[in-house]
Design a protein around this ligand. Structure first.
Ligand code: UD1
Length: 380
């Protein structure tokens, strides 16, 4: 390994899905201080409110390449991304390919690069749910084992890699999502209000009318929920159990609806409880504001579990396991079956006083950029 001059490092970064845009915002900012970045958007998420809104709101540079892959089966989507990402890499000949997280875009990017013997840098390396049925678990394990630089958000992630024999060029940088939160909250606290955030929410057309208007909702008197994982949305029985349990809650539930969930709920809109306000997906800053002011978060998203934790809001996670074990300490976060959501939500008024320094110091992106720029001749 040699430091041969930061300015010459050329990186192709691959993003494609909503959580990757959030992670790319601080990382791109830092990378561009040290290296030359070419940004590739696979097009896995393509709706304006799943993609474009994040680029404009978070000041992410325009992608240099848009692969426009869109939806499909896992094989179709990943295969098409692999073909198109390889074309970009052959043309650009980067020193490093950077991938984020655990989506099909991550897998396609890391596979295309490693077949071309281009070193892969993985942001959010080492996370494990130990549930191999999850596409995310398959994607992250393969990506970690193909990667040359492994950027872990926590000590748990470092340990997981060690248990799989990955110990070289593993760095605990802290979590780039923590960087993103600190950066954005400074602004949000000055500019956002409850009324303005509620005013921006758009109820989903064609769903039953709500008991009360959205704008009547008060801070700390609502729950914020998101449900999008295949294991929760693809079984009608499980999805209906989740909705039933949310319907038992006494306060309104604001639920920004992911397209996959919308498709599956649309099949039986008559089962939707009156206290759930289904709204179109919302931008990052409004989501942070609504998270900070919610009484409890109910989710199956990895990102939102952490955002709740960083913002000191209790969270009920509708999954059998979580990759973010740190959030369970002090019961900031609890795992729940669909039927037990309401019971857990009621039980969340307990003392939580665990120290919270397990996700770094808010400078993860800068550390990642420096490590990459100092490791130009890493080989694979
Ligand atoms: C993907 C990631 C998941 C991540 C999530 C964040 C994989 C395997 N999963 O899941 O890890 O937590 O993103 O949201 O990569 N759709 C639209 N408009 C869009 C995007 C998707 O209508 O802009 C529809 C698709 O047609 C498809 C469904 O939503 O029917 C799912 O999209 P897909 O990208 O396959 O996976 P996600 O569930 O979003």
């Amino acid at each position: 390994m040699q430091n041969t001059g930061a300015a010459t490092v050329k990186i192709v970064s691959i993003v494609g899905a909503r959580p990757q845009f959030i992670k790319a915002a601080p990382v791109s900012r830092a990378l561009r201080r040290h290296c030359r970045e070419i940004l590739v958007h696979t097009g896995q998420h393509y709706d304006i409110n799943m993609s474009e809104i994040f680029f404009s709101e978070l000041n992410i540079p325009r992608p240099d390449y848009s692969l426009e892959v869109g939806s499909g089966t896992h094989g179709q989507q990943t295969g098409l991304m692999l073909i198109k990402a390889e074309e970009v890499m052959l043309k650009e000949k980067p020193d490093v390919v950077l991938v984020y997280g655990d989506t099909n875009s991550t897998l396609a990017g890391s596979l295309a690069a490693s077949k071309l013997h281009i070193p892969v840098a993985h942001v959010e390396a080492g996370l494990r749910s130990f549930n191999m049925k999850m596409p995310e678990e398959q994607n992250r394990i393969v990506t970690d084992h193909l990667s040359t630089l492994l950027f872990c958000p926590t000590d748990t992630a470092v340990r997981n890699l060690k248990n799989e024999g990955c110990t070289k060029r593993v760095f605990n940088t802290g979590d780039v999502m923590y960087d993103a939160i600190l950066y954005n909250m400074r602004q949000i606290e000055k500019t956002h209000t409850m009324q303005a955030c509620l005013g921006k929410l758009r109820l989903i057309d064609g769903f039953p009318e709500k008991a009360a208007p959205l704008t009547a909702i008060q801070a700390n008197a609502y729950y914020l929920a998101t449900i999008h994982r295949a294991e929760n949305t693809d079984s009608d029985e499980r999805l209906q159990a989740i909705l039933r349990s949310l319907g038992e809650l006494r306060l309104p539930v604001i639920l920004p609806l992911h397209p996959r969930t919308k498709k599956n709920i649309s099949k039986s809109p008559d089962i939707i409880p009156k206290n759930i306000c289904f709204v179109e997906p919302i931008g990052y800053q409004e989501m942070l504001y609504l998270t900070k002011n919610a009484k409890v978060i109910i989710t199956d998203s990895g990102g939102l579990q952490k955002e709740a934790y960083f913002l000191n809001v209790p969270c009920v996670t509708v999954r059998d396991e979580t990759e973010w074990l740190e959030t369970l300490e002090g019961r900031w976060n609890v795992l729940s079956s669909p039927d037990a959501i309401a019971a857990h939500v009621e039980r969340t008024d307990m003392v939580r006083n665990t120290p919270k320094s397990m996700f770094g110091d808010g400078a993860a992106a800068e550390k990642i950029a420096v490590i990459i720029s100092e490791n130009i001749e890493i080989g694979v």
